[in-house]
Design a protein around this ligand. Sequence first.
Ligand code: PLP
Length: 407
Amino acid sequence: MIRINSHYTKLQASYLFSDIAKRVAAFQNAHPDKEIIRLGIGDVTMPLPDACIQAMHQAVDEMADPETFRGYGPEQGYDFLREAIAREDFQARGADINAHEIFISDGAKCDTGNIQELFARDITVAIPDPVYPVYLDTNVMAGRTGAFKNGRYEGIVYLDCTAENGFVPALPETPVDLIYLCFPNNPTGTTITRNELQVWVDYARENKALILYDAAYVAFIRDDSLPQSIYEIPGARDVAIEFRSFSKTAGFTGTRCAYTVVPTTCRAFDDKGQEHDLHSLWNRRHCTKFNGVSYPIQRAAEAVYSEEGKKQCRALSDYYLHNAALVIEKMTALGFACVGGKNSPYIWVSGNRGSWELFDLLLNEAGVVCTPGAGFGRCGEGYIRISAFNSYENVAKAMQRIEKALG
Ligand SMILES: *Cc1c(COP(=O)(O)O)cnc(C)c1O
């Protein structure tokens, strides 16, 4: 008899986006002439930078010529891309990362989801609340949790991110082995300072733990005192894996290219306490289950690091940050406390009421769609996430409507 992985039955159906879609459809039916503005999206809206498009076109032409055609590439990615990443994203900022420590992939979602395969089933996992759901659900699938009760899975150590701690979690009170951190954060849009991140690196070193650091939104950092990579923090090379993506940085959400950094000094332990290097383990996993990102896409990603590419990517994130500044200004003037939006495309708005209540109010009174914070975890209740991924015209129009409805 074929049997299923019964841990899947513990997963909570993600009602968040289907609930949103249902309420939006109901509103649309009741007001067929009313145009809806979506500020709930976690996807970019602007086209790819021209430098990337040019590079992609050229690479496609190479694939059409028997002299320059390429079949399977290296599973870990082409050296031209790995070397550009190591130089520009790490060495230029004083972080000691080499090209062979970089694994090119088709997404940070896959990598953050797949990485937990390397670890024992009975480790203790610490996950922030609110959170990007991938970290949690993949550990549920792997059997690292008990049942879902009162809005939380048994067996997970939740790291509360609240207004009281500035949305940067405190160290756990019970020992943990694996820690997920994401900065600039999705959904709260908040950042972590060097000193705060050093506390986590020190904790991981003292407790033989490992940090999984998701830096998908690094391109939005404008405050230069903030760390862009965890490897800017002394000691991090031994205790941290970092995830990056071209999705939000360069508009690659539909194109697919990302990378994961596993330093050769990064370690984990077996049942006897013997040390193993995670670089070798991830390399084994990656080569067994992945066959590389397509050549034209890797050429497009390489172009992100050209002089033109850098300027064009900067212009993209500037555009969304300009939207975010308008959201902060208008929502603050209406009496809502806001965090994020300064080094992040997301604004986390304290609703002065329940998440869904504010969601319904904005939808029904202003025709604006946001994301209810409660959908990202228990600590998200009372908040909404507003995304700056839209045109400036739409954001301005949405803010005018909200002002009119609530002002
Ligand atoms: C968008 C996002 C990613 C990027 O995922 P890709 O699969 O590379 O598109 C990673 N982490 C978080 C928290 C995100 O919001």
